[in-house]
Design a protein around this ligand. Structure first.
Ligand code: IVH
Length: 665
């Protein structure tokens, strides 16, 4: 029986690896997501039954467990050099001439031209065909060990098919990046959760790779293009192009736009074509990389201590435009964040007319020394939002005084503050009309209370006329209040009132999310609703209680406590209750026989995974916390339990064996 389980496990791993490759590398899936999930679940179940057979290269091990304390330092066996930049055809021709001069001939000189991906250089070390370490480039000599995070990228193979001659040790290099769509979605989510958005896809990729909790990295849409080898023991390659082909055969994702150029003129042709074509990609590139194809020629050319002499980057100048800063205004976001924005004389750049550009924050304004009336250069390259890159100094022109952040909120005149360690100023008044408008829009949004017809134009009028100053006042609105608003006919007024009334049934999870508590996104809203079952119970939860929940860290716990501690929030909730909004959540099927019971899991369970055990407890109305306290009702102890068991015994908490636990659920 066990023998056949082992065979099944091996077959499943092979199949899943093959489907990962087809889906993530080749972009040609052969099975549905559902079928794929089923394979993965079968493997998870079998591995739960035989934890001794779990290997680090199993597809179930892509998403790691507990967060790391920090990253270990990695010394690269072969330094990760950077590339010499060229910015125009003359500079690139100089590079080409140096290559010819150093090689002593031009005959047979071929180049490989690749896209220069705007992401993060990483190294992947495979020993005997197994991924054993992944690292950042760092300063080129030493980087950081980010193996757990890189393993979450499904287009990175965990094992390689071993060739006859074998690649005993092979370090593959490539660029991790985030595509634009994924980046925009991530930023939308962050803004909804009250977190600062990333400035561009590159920062988002870098931030995601440097997270200490690889479970969060796993949720980020990261991908890789592989383009080089570092340390390498195995059969040699004659050309770079051949090496790339071999990497693709081994299962790595190599960029399909890479071109073998038989002459320098072909290189120039590609440069010309990609000037325009760049914009058609769904990821950012910051130029092209031109590499001498022959490996022996590369060896002959060698490297300086900074970059190889056999390769050069060609960077397209980002399309720039000049314009004048007419004004610097500050915008107030939902969480009160105050962002300075430059109002510009409209100017056409990279395909559209731009009249505003973000200045990010106070420090950025000081760095640029940008002032009202200045002539500035703006770009749209890469960044989604146009950006001021520099100020053009005009001789003899008297400039306006430096911009100063307002002392109070530009919308409500309340105090603003800049928390220590943050670059952003915030308005402290939660009733600030600008914040209120943003918060109402969030409350009404699809994933929150889903109130159709409550868009920007209506919210602006409701707030400006003083009809709505908090969420509950939406539920006081009568038809005559809304049908008198601009652009609102009687019919649409009725639709709005109906939609508002309907939202009372949206449910606890959506309501928690809709309240706009900082750091509480949609997922956390669901976890809190499941765990506490009612708004009243959540409002009473202590910091320790909250923090003990698996998916809730100190930052979220603190922000929840702060929210429920405030007087006007208490009033808001009381009024919403009077309006009969649904503020409880029935526990799901499962009988709710564990309602209110608090569990801690320790050790390895044989018949089910930890996630499954957690789900079963939550479905039956219980909650799972990570540490044992006097409030714990049960500790479930699997094989090799840790110190949690000792603590439970000390506190006299009931300890259940796996069998007893199964009976209970
Ligand atoms: S080759 C020895 N190829 O650009 C040469 N690098 O500015 C090693 N990059 O650190 C790099 N796309 O992170 C190479 N097709 C590509 C690339 C690429 C992006 C990055 C890489 C490198 C940086 C140098």
């Amino acid at each position: 029986m066990s023998d056949s389980d082992q065979q099944k496990i091996e077959q499943l791993r092979k199949d899943i690896q093959q489907h990962d490759h087809l889906y993530y590398v080749k972009d040609q899936p052969q099975i549905s997501d559902r079928e794929y999930d089923r394979l993965l679940q079968t493997l998870k179940d079998l591995e739960a039954k035989h934890p001794e057979w779990i290997t680090p290269d199993s597809p179930t091990q892509r998403v790691g467990g507990a967060p790391a304390e920090g990253f270990a330092t990695v010394v690269h066996k072969v330094p990760m050099l950077s590339l010499d930049n060229t910015y125009n055809v003359e500079e690139l021709r100089d590079f080409h001439n140096r290559v010819i001069k150093n090689l002593g001939k031009e005959d047979g000189l071929e180049y490989v031209v690749e896209l220069k991906i705007d992401g993060l250089g990483v190294s992947l070390l495979y020993e005997e065909g197994q991924l054993v370490r992944g690292a950042t480039r760092g300063d080129g000599k030493t980087g950081e060990d980010i193996t757990a995070n890189l393993k979450t990228i499904r287009s990175i193979p965990l094992t390689l098919p071993m060739q006859k001659d074998g690649y005993q040790s092979m370090e593959v290099r490539g660029e991790v990046y985030m595509n634009r769509k994924g980046f925009e979605k991530l930023n939308q989510q962050r803004e909804q959760d009250g977190e600062a958005p990333f400035a561009n896809p590159r920062n988002a990729a870098a931030g995601s790779l440097r997270l200490l909790d690889s479970r969060i990295t796993a949720s980020r849409p990261l991908n890789i293009w592989v383009y080089a080898l570092g340390h390498f023991e195995g059969p040699a390659f004659n050309t770079h192009f051949e090496m790339l082909k071999q990497m693709a055969e081994l299962g790595f994702r190599t960029n399909p736009e890479t071109r073998l150029c038989k002459s320098f003129d072909d290189v120039l042709k590609m440069i010309d074509e990609w000037q325009e074509q760049q914009a058609s990609l769904d990821y950012d590139v910051d130029g092209l990389v031109v590499k001498v194809n022959s490996v022996s020629a590369q060896k002959k050319l060698g490297s300086t201590n900074k970059h190889p002499r056999w390769a050069a980057a060609f960077k397209y100048e980002a399309e720039e435009a000049e314009t004048v800063v007419q004004d610097i205004r500050v915008q107030v976001g939902r969480t009160g964040s105050i962002t300075p924005v430059a109002e510009l004389t409209p100017v056409f750049v990279s395909g559209s007319t731009v009249s505003r550009a973000t200045l990010h924050n106070e420090d950025e304004i000081a760095r640029l020394d940008v002032r009202v009336g200045d002539r500035v250069v703006i770009i749209k390259a890469g960044e989604i939002i146009p950006k001021v890159v520099r100020v053009l100094k005009e001789k003899g022109k008297k400039r306006k005084p430096p911009f100063k952040m307002p002392k109070t909120c530009p919308e409500c005149d309340s105090k603003i503050e800049r928390p220590a360690g943050e670059a952003v100023w915030r308005c402290v008044n939660a009733a600030c009309p600008a914040q209120l408008k943003e918060r109402l829009l969030h409350f009404a949004s699809r994933n929150a209370m889903d109130i159709d017809h409550l868009g920007t134009a209506i919210v602006d009028q409701l707030v400006d006329t003083g009809k709505v100053k908090s969420f509950y006042e939406l539920y006081d609105l009568q038809l005559e209040d809304v049908s008198t608003l601009e652009r609102m006919a009687e019919k649409s007024g009725k639709n709005l009132i109906d939609a508002i009334a309907k939202s009372k049934q949206a449910g606890l999870a959506r309501l928690i999310f809709g309240l706009g508590i900082r750091h509480v996104g949609q997922r956390v809203g669901q976890v809190l609703a499941q765990t506490y079952g009612s708004m009243d119970a959540l409002a009473k939860a202590s910091y320790e209680d909250l923090e003990a929940i698996d998916e809730i860290g100190p930052r979220i716990a603190e922000s929840i406590r702060e929210f429920f501690g405030e007087k006007h929030n208490k009033k808001e909730l009381c009024k919403l209750k009077q309006h009969k909004l649904v503020m409880t959540q029935e526990h799901k099927a499962g009988g709710g026989n564990l309602s209110g019971k608090q569990f801690v899991l320790t050790g390895t369970l044989e018949s089910l995974t930890r996630d499954e055990a957690k789900r079963k407890i939550v479905d039956a109305g219980g909650r799972v916390t990570s540490s044992v306290s006097a409030k714990t009702d049960y500790v479930v102890a699997g094989a090799d339990p840790g110190s949690k068991l000792t603590k439970a015994q000390k506190l006299g908490v009931a300890v259940l064996s796996e069998k007893e636990f199964q009976k209970l659920i």
